[in-house]
Design a binder for this molecule. Structure first.
Ligand code: MG
Ligand code: MG
Length: 273
């Protein structure tokens, strides 16, 4: 069963997500060469608690931190620690917050200093893929349209779309039904209805889609050691596309950027239910 949330509930989910967005806004000013990933985590936890919320990841199945910080070849679930960021790396930051019984969850990939063209292209494509997926999260579409939207951006560009980890419904639990694939499984899946709330999160690799988990039991890395990017928004399904609940005021990602997206944006052939 996929929950249909009332406007009151969506309002509360938005509040939780706005705390997450504030964390990302803050961290966007902290990511630079020489910063240890644990410093980002401490700042994030302090801000979440200051806002009267709880870090949603800390303690989740034993995860030890507030953030997942995944650097370069790390895809997701990187544990913040002594690792010091270096010029040219991609830094993916995933953050969750629990506020008044509702969850927020969003992730962004930031460049550490100047990054090369390959990394920049990967970042941009993953963000664009999220934007198109959000637009496809429209009442009346099948869930399949979301994965197709990601695939439509990333596959032609030759990137590897991670298959082992997926997006999810979110609300009173961090992970609810449905699972949201970032590729076209060939099955329509459930029909999207207004009031469903989805965490859409493409994880996209410069090389192979294959990943493995490190011995710490958490950190997911690319099988070929090439960099990866991860963008995530919590989104409410609406009549005309997904409404992003986790958009911050400083750092904006996953928004359609106009003309170049027309052909694959909402209403593109084959994406209608
Ligand atoms: Mg997340
Ligand atoms: Mg998530």
């Amino acid at each position: 069963m996929i929950a249909i949330r009332s406007e009151r509930e969506i309002g509360l989910i938005r509040e939780a997500n706005q705390i997450v967005a504030a964390v990302h806004d803050m961290l966007s000013g902290m990511v630079r060469p020489g910063v240890a990933t644990i410093e980002l985590d401490r700042a994030a936890e302090a801000l979440i608690r200051e806002r009267g919320a709880k870090p949603a990841f800390k303690g989740y199945r034993g995860f030890p931190a507030t953030l997942c910080v995944s650097v370069d070849e790390e895809v997701v679930h990187g544990i913040p620690g002594k690792r010091v960021l270096r010029e040219g790396e991609l830094v993916s930051i995933d953050c969750g917050a629990l506020y008044r019984g509702y969850y927020g969850d969003a992730a962004v990939t930031l460049p550490c200093g100047e990054v090369d063209e390959a990394r920049l292209g990967l970042m941009r494509a993953t963000s664009r893929a999220l934007a198109r997926a959000v637009a496809a999260a429209r009442a009346g579409n099948f869930l399949r349209a979301v994965g197709r939207a990601v695939e439509g951006v990333c596959r032609p560009a030759g990137y590897g779309i991670v298959r082992d980890f997926v997006g999810h419904g979110i609300g009173t639990e961090m992970h609810e039904e449905p699972q949201i694939l970032n590729f076209d499984s060939g099955e329509n899946g459930p029909l999207l209805r207004e009031g469903m709330v989805l965490a859409i999160e493409p994880m996209v690799n410069l090389g192979t889609h294959r990943v493995r988990v490190l011995r710490d039991g958490w950190t997911v890395v690319t099988a070929d050691g090439k960099p990866s990017a991860h963008f995530e928004h919590t989104v409410a399904v609406r009549k005309d596309g997904g409404e992003i609940l986790s958009q911050g005021s400083l750092l904006r990602w996953g928004l359609l950027d106009g003309v170049e997206d027309e052909a694959c944006g909402p209403g593109a052939a084959g994406e209608k239910a």
